[in-house]
Design a protein around this ligand. Structure first.
Ligand code: GLN
Length: 542
C-alpha cells in the first residue's frame, strides 16, 4: 500500500521545493523503499509545451513524450527513475479530463461541480501514479505557494486524501526564512503565516523544511515549533548549498528520513547514501576547470540572466565534468551578437568546447550557424542538440556542399520542390501546423536510434547497436540531401530504423563534432553521466 507525502511551499516560490522533494525521495530510496514523484502545476496550460522557456524555464520531456515542468527532470535525476504522464498534473489536464467525461455523459446526468469533482479527479490521478509505479512512497509537489487561489483545489485534494487515509498521508511545508540585512536576524514570522494559511485549508504540516541562507539555530527551531505546532525534531534546516546534490546529505544530517518513516510507523530497510556522498566529495574537492560556452538565446529577462531554460543541459555538463573530476564553468553566449559583429566569434576560442542547444524560431539562428562554422573550422569541440544539429547540417550544406541557400523550413518556407530545404518539416507535421494544432503534437518522447559502427557515437555509447533517446521537434534532416552531405564528409552516425530519420551527425577529422536530433540531456544523471556529454567533456579537457 502506497504512502503519500505532499510537499507544499510557503512564503515565496523559487526556493528549491522541487529539489527538496527530489531529495526526500532519494533519502527514502536509500533506505530501501520504492519512490515516485508527482508534480502538480496549477496553471491552465494542459502541459508546458506551449510555453516560452524564458517564462517557464526548460520544458522537460518524459520517456513517454509529455512536455512538462523542469522539476520532473530533478525528480528523474535524483531518483534515477523514468517518470511518465501519470506523474504530471496541471489544472488544464484535470479540467480537460473532467469536461471530457461530462461530455460523454459519464457523470450520468448529475451536476458536475468544482468541489468535489475536481479534487476527486486529482486524487484519482495521484492514486493512479501509485498503482502504476507500485511505489511505497508517492511524493506530490504542489506548485506555487500556499495562499494562492490557483492551488487551493490541490490543497483541497490533499486534505481529502488525509481524511480518507489518515495514516498514509503526510504533509511537508518548505518555507523560506529571510535574514533581512538591516536586522541581521533570521525571521520566522513569514513561515508562521504560511502555516496559518495551510491551516486555513484544513492542513497541518507534519514537517517543516526551513530554507534559508544558513542553518536554523535552536531559538529559531523552538519558535517555529511552538507557533506552528510542529515538533522541534521535525523542523529541518535546509541552508543554501553550493550544489543541489548536497541537499539529501544535509537532510540526512537532520535525520529527515527517519522522521518521515517514523510518522508512518516504518523502519529503514537499509541505509546507503554512499555513492551520493562520494559524488558530493568530488564536487567539493575538484579543482581543475573545464570551460564550456553555450550559444543560445533564452537567457535574458529584463536585467536578469536566467539559466532555467537550459537546466537539463547544465546538469548534464556538470555530471560529465564531475565524472572527469573537473569543475564546469558554463558561459552564456548570446547568438545574436555574432550576427551583428562576426569578429566576436573569436571569443569562442577561449572555451574548451561549445554547445548549441535546442530552440524555436528565427531569432539568433544565423549567429548560431556562424558559431558552428567557427567550431568546425577551428576544431573546437562541439555538441549540437536538436536545433543545434539542424543548424550544423545547414552550416555544412552551405559552406561545404556549396548549397548557398540551405536552410530549415522553420525559417524559410520551401515554396517549390526545387527550393527544398535540408531541414524540412516532417510530413505528418504539415497538416497539424496548418490546423494550428500546436499543443503536444511534436515528435515527442523516446525513439529508437541505430548506431553506425566505428563512429564516435557508437564508441561513446559503449559500442551498442542501438539506443533510445528523447525527442521534441517538428523538423528533420531532409533525406533528399543525405547523399550529398555524406559524400562531402558528414557522417550519419545514428538513424531511426522505423522512419529512416537521421538522429546523429558527426564529422571525422575533428576532435569532437557530434550533433543529435534528440535531447541526450534528459537522460543524464549525477551518478551516470550521459555518454555523449561524457565524451564531449573528455574532448574539451584534451
Ligand atoms: N525548432 C526545431 C524543431 O522543431 C528544433 C526543436 C528543438 O530544438 N527542440 O524541429
Amino acid at each position: 500500500m502506497a504512502r503519500y507525502i505532499f510537499v507544499a511551499g510557503g512564503v515565496m516560490s523559487g526556493i528549491g521545493k522541487g529539489v527538496a522533494t527530489a531529495s526526500i525521495g532519494r533519502i527514502l530510496q536509500s533506505k530501501g523503499f520504492k519512490v515516485t514523484a508527482t508534480k502538480i502545476d496549477p496553471y491552465i496550460n494542459v502541459d508546458a509545451g506551449t510555453m516560452n522557456p524564458i517564462e517557464h524555464g526548460e520544458i522537460f520531456v518524459t520517456k513517454d513524450g509529455v512536455e512538462c515542468d523542469q522539476d520532473m527532470g530533478n525528480y528523474e535525476r535524483f531518483l534515477d527513475e523514468n517518470l511518465t504522464t501519470d506523474n504530471y498534473i496541471t489544472t488544464g489536464r484535470v479540467y480537460q479530463a473532467v469536461i471530457n467525461r461530462e461530455r460523454n455523459l459519464e457523470y450520468r446526468g448529475r451536476c458536475v461541480e468544482v468541489v468535489p469533482d475536481i479534487p476527486n479527479e486529482v486524487i484519482s490521478r495521484i492514486k493512479k501514479a501509485a498503482r502504476k509505479t507500485k511505489a511505497d512512497f508517492v511524493l506530490i509537489e504542489i506548485g506555487g505557494t500556499v495562499g494562492e487561489y490557483q492551488n487551493m483545489l490541490f490543497l483541497e485534494a490533499a486534505r481529502m486524501m488525509k481524511l480518507q487515509r489518515p495514516k498514509d498521508v503526510l504533509f511537508i511545508l518548505v518555507s523560506y526564512l529571510p535574514i533581512p540585512e538591516m536586522i541581521g536576524e533570521m525571521k520566522t514570522k513569514p513561515t508562521q503565516n504560511a502555516v496559518r494559511l495551510l491551516n486555513d485549508a484544513g492542513i497541518q504540516p507534519d514537517i517543516i523544511l526551513g530554507r534559508s541562507k544558513v542553518p536554523l539555530d535552536e531559538p529559531r527551531k523552538r519558535k517555529i515549533s511552538i507557533f506552528c505546532n510542529v515538533l522541534k525534531e521535525d523542523i529541518i534546516s535546509a541552508p543554501d548549498v553550493q550544489s543541489i546534490y548536497e541537499v539529501p546529505i544535509n537532510f540526512e544530517k537532520e535525520n529527515l528520513g527517519n522522521r518521515v518513516l517514523k510518522k508512518f510507523d516504518l523502519r529503514p530497510r537499509k541505509s546507503n547514501l554512499k555513492d551520493w556522498k562520494a559524488l558530493v566529495r568530488i564536487i567539493k574537492t575538484a579543482k581543475k576547470i573545464v570551460k564550456v560556452g553555450m550559444v543560445g538565446k533564452y537567457f535574458k529577462t529584463g536585467k536578469f540572466t536566467l539559466m532555467d531554460s537550459y537546466i537539463s543541459i547544465i546538469e548534464a555538463i556538470k555530471h560529465a565534468s564531475w565524472f572527469h573530476k573537473r569543475i564546469p564553468e558554463i558561459h552564456w553566449l548570446s547568438a545574436e551578437k555574432y550576427e551583428r559583429d562576426p569578429k566576436k566569434l573569436q571569443e569562442l576560442k577561449k572555451y574548451d568546447g561549445i554547445i548549441v542547444p535546442g530552440g524555436f524560431g528565427r531569432r539568433g539562428v544565423e549567429g548560431k550557424i556562424k558559431a558552428i562554422e567557427y567550431c568546425r573550422k577551428k576544431k573546437i569541440p562541439f555538441l549540437g542538440l536538436c536545433l543545434g544539429m539542424q543548424l550544423a547540417v545547414v552550416e555544412f550544406a552551405r559552406n561545404v556542399c556549396g548549397l548557398k541557400n540551405a536552410n530549415s523550413t522553420e525559417f524559410k518556407p520551401a515554396r517549390t520542390l526545387l527550393d527544398a530545404n535540408v531541414i524540412d518539416v516532417m510530413p505528418e507535421q504539415k497538416a497539424l501546423l496548418k490546423e494550428k494544432k500546436y499543443g503536444g503534437t511534436m515528435r515527442l518522447g523516446e525513439y529508437k536510434c541505430e548506431l553506425k559502427r566505428d563512429t564516435l557515437s557508437w564508441k561513446s555509447y559503449g559500442k551498442k547497436n542501438y539506443i533510445f533517446e528523447r525527442h521534441r521537434h517538428r523538423y528533420e534532416l531532409n533525406n533528399q540531401f543525405r547523399e550529398i552531405l555524406e559524400r562531402k564528409g558528414l557522417q550519419m552516425a545514428g538513424l531511426n530504423p522505423e522512419r529512416d530519420l537521421v538522429e546523429i551527425i558527426e564529422l571525422k577529422n575533428h576532435p569532437f563534432f557530434v550533433a543529435t536530433q534528440f535531447h541526450p540531456e534528459f537522460k543524464s544523471g549525477p551518478l551516470k553521466p550521459h555518454p555523449l556529454f561524457r565524451e564531449f567533456i573528455k574532448a574539451c579537457i584534451k
